[in-house]
Design a protein around this ligand. Structure first.
Ligand SMILES: [Cu+2]
Length: 498
């Protein structure tokens, strides 16, 4: 790990040859700073559960801990079966799974299975609270294709802080169809997870969370990039062809990912699983909650940096006050995230097939209904009271069911963003297809299954899906913005399937 340093000077000196670190802004002054690329990328442990009476069982503990992000500095943190983040849970389509989730913390929490199709009672949303000392035992069947899902706290008004401290992890689903393609799939060798999170630290090494109004407005961003929990790490690749499973596990930051030498990535999967065919990209936009799997080729001797390159932002003009509040919140600074080296990479076998899978789709003519969702933000007292973020003019109310959906219906959701900043919109239980963005076809890499879609300021995005299998008039699912401070601030609603 990196040595303890409290002056910005050394960070700048250490990074001078390395283009543009995130903390160039100087916000790290007088805080523990990091020398870029000195840390080795941690690979989370893999948990495949144990079989009992035909069920695959996972034992999970939500716990507080102290994690050494910076050498010699302990940061109070939280994790699942560890002190920061959780293991990668691995299971197969068709599995009957059960999770014994014990809350070993001193505050209420929940654990939500993001992207997973399941009964509402098993979803781990704000209604499935696990009290301190309690154990929650959801069980369901895996009924969806191979994909990279994830799990995280979804505690009402506390999701942002609990995820920030570390309550999140990955959830892999495998299936026969995906196994047959010969994609890199040796966990931790040529198939590695990359959980991207930006964090802000105080001088004493503790997390700095929501200390200002702009942080509440824009969502919580930080100036230290963590990948799988390590600041600005390096990974020496084991193979010339690597599969990177990217999760934007940040509370609020949107990344436009790119390699420093401009090399291509082939995206093979989006939130809900494999695409029909690989899509070659020079840059990849990933908003909070979204996943992408990419194949990247390396040559012996490579040293290449994964970085963020800002995209031009669409922004509706909404008055002086709003404009002032948004200042400094934009993703307008380029910065580095991690480095890949290829010292002795093994030769890769075969190649990535040109055709991957048939992706499920729905005909808009079959839609029973178009539901409109208008995302907005309010200033003033509403914002101060933590209810400034709305969907269809309403802030989240646990006691109000916003939408009733008939079991089996195909529906179009038309999501319009009337606010001055982008919002990643997430729907629980289902995977959808994006029909259009402002009437235009979505880009090629957004033509697979998705559960989270970024809606730009002023933009209207239409998605189509079907609500199948699980009806329950009492227990709702959530839909919400995946900027966690917006979700906590009210930009969330509830639906039941009946
Ligand atoms: Cu939002």
């Amino acid at each position: 790990m990196v040595s303890r340093r409290f002056i910005l000077k050394s960070a700048v000196a250490g990074a001078a040859a390395l283009a543009f670190p995130l903390y160039r802004s100087g916000r790290l002054e007088a805080k523990p700073s990091v020398a870029t690329f000195e840390n080795t990328l941690p690979i989370p442990s893999l948990l495949e559960g144990r079989m009992e009476n035909g069920q695959r069982i996972f034992d999970l503990s939500l716990q507080r801990g102290r994690h050494e992000f910076f050498s010699g500095v302990e940061t109070p943190s939280a994790g699942i079966n560890g002190d920061y983040l959780g293991p990668v849970l691995r299971m197969r389509r068709g599995d009957r799974v059960r999770f014994n989730v014990t809350n070993n913390m001193s505050e209420d929490s929940t654990l939500h299975w993001h992207g997973v199709h399941l009964p509402a009672k098993m979803d781990g949303g704000p209604h499935q609270v696990i009290k301190p000392g309690g154990t929650w035992k959801p069980e369901f069947e895996i009924r969806q294709p191979a994909s990279t899902q994830w799990y995280h706290s979804h505690m009402f008004h506390r999701t942002g802080v609990q995820v920030y401290y570390g309550l999140a992890g990955l959830f892999y689903i495998d299936d026969d169809e995906s196994d047959a393609l010969g994609l890199p799939s040796d966990y931790g060798v040529d198939d590695i997870p990359l959980v991207l999170q930006d964090r802000a630290f105080n001088r004493d090494g503790s997390f700095s969370y929501l200390r200002s109004m702009p942080e509440r407005m824009n969502g919580m961003r930080g100036d230290v990039m963590l990948v799988n929990g390590a600041p600005f790490p390096t990974h020496d690749v084991a193979s010339r062809r690597m599969r990177l499973r990217l999760l934007n596990g940040s509370n609020a930051r949107i990344y436009n990912l790119k390699f420093s030498d401009g090399r291509a990535m082939r995206q093979i999967a989006s939130d809900g699983g494999l695409l029909e065919k690989p899509v070659t990209l020079r840059s990849l936009r990933l908003s909070p909650g979204e996943r992408a799997e990419v194949i990247v080729e390396f040559s012996p001797g490579d040293a290449v940096v994964l970085q963020h390159e800002p995209l031009p932002q669409r922004r509706r003009r909404r008055g002086m006050m709003m404009g002032m509040m948004m200042m400094g919140g934009g993703d307008d600074q380029p910065f580095e995230i991690m480095r890949f080296t290829a010292k002795r990479p093994a030769r890769a076998k075969g190649d990535v097939p040109e055709h991957l899978v048939k992706v499920r789709s729905w005909n808009p003519a079959a839609a029973a209904k178009t539901r409109k969702m208008v995302l907005d933000m309010r200033m003033g007292p509403a914002m101060m009271s933590g209810n400034g973020f709305t969907i269809n003019g309403k802030a989240m109310d646990m006691k109000r069911i916003d939408e009733k959906i008939r079991l089996g219906d195909v529906e179009i959701w038309e999501i319009r963003n009337d606010s001055p900043m982008p919002h990643p919109f997430h729907i629980h239980d289902i995977q959808f297809r994006i029909l259009d963005r402002d009437g235009q076809h979505p880009p090629l890499n957004e033509r697979g299954l998705k559960d989270t879609v970024l809606v730009e300021s002023g933009e209207t995005v239409r998605v189509i899906t079907q609500f199948e299998d699980y009806a329950d008039p009492k227990n709702p699912y959530m839909f919400h913005c995946h900027i966690l401070e917006h979700e906590d601030g009210g930009m969330m609603g509830q639906f039941v399937v009946v």
